[in-house]
Design a protein around this ligand. Structure first.
Ligand SMILES: [Zn+2]
Length: 199
């Protein structure tokens, strides 16, 4: 295999990983929406890209073995670093999808990419609570928001009530807005004050 072919395969694999990760991130975003968390599309994308490192880890591992057999120890050292970094990225990828903060930090540092450092630092800082609350992230359906609680019905007050005249015990009907006001008894014509209803 010519070096040009290897380069083509690597770039092809990267392009495939990016495409699959974007699709997977959208899928995960739709499926694992949480009630309180912010959108996590970029986080899922980073996690998927981490998982995409898994085949590369094994590829590097085989290359390490090959180099060791050929007694190319400088190459073994170099490839071992790639194997370890790639392996850590794979594991972090899985735990980033699970919203583990340590995985986010470790994966960001090991990206060795200043642009990723800046983006992920800002992104992670804005979502730190969502990361730490990882254990509450469970599938929730977007279609069924919790039904709002029905308001407590107000006690229905009858608009008028009956009281007895203090002097002649004549039943008198009064409306509630007349409580406390003075008036005359329709029977004995004495001056009375409309009392508070007793029941
Ligand atoms: Zn009376």
């Amino acid at each position: 295999m010519k070096p040009a072919d290897v380069t083509t395969i690597i770039w092809g694999y990267i392009a495939l990983s990016v495409t699959v990760s974007i699709i997977a991130a959208q899928y995960l975003e739709d499926r694992y929406i949480t009630a309180t968390a912010r959108p996590f599309r970029w986080g899922y994308y980073c996690g998927c890209m981490g998982l995409a490192c898994t085949p590369l880890t094994f590829l590097f591992l085989f290359a390490v073995i090959g180099a060791a057999n050929a007694n190319q120890w400088k190459l073994v050292g170099e490839l071992s670093v790639y194997t370890v970094v790639s392996g850590i990225q794979s594991v972090c990828g899985w735990f980033i999808i699970k919203r583990r903060w340590w995985a986010w930090v470790l994966s960001t540092i090991l990206s060795f990419n200043i642009v990723v450092w800046i983006i992920n630092w800002i992104y992670g800082r804005n979502r730190k609570d969502d990361f730490l609350g990882a254990e509450v992230a469970r599938p929730l359906s977007r279609a069924t928001p919790p039904a709002p609680a029905a308001p407590e019905p107000l006690p229905l007050l009858p608009p008028s009530f009956v009281f007895a005249c203090l002097y002649c015990s004549q039943p008198i009907t009064a409306t509630r807005d007349k409580i406390g006001s003075d008036g005359g008894c329709p029977k004995c014509h004495k001056s009375i004050t409309v009392p508070q209803p007793t029941a």
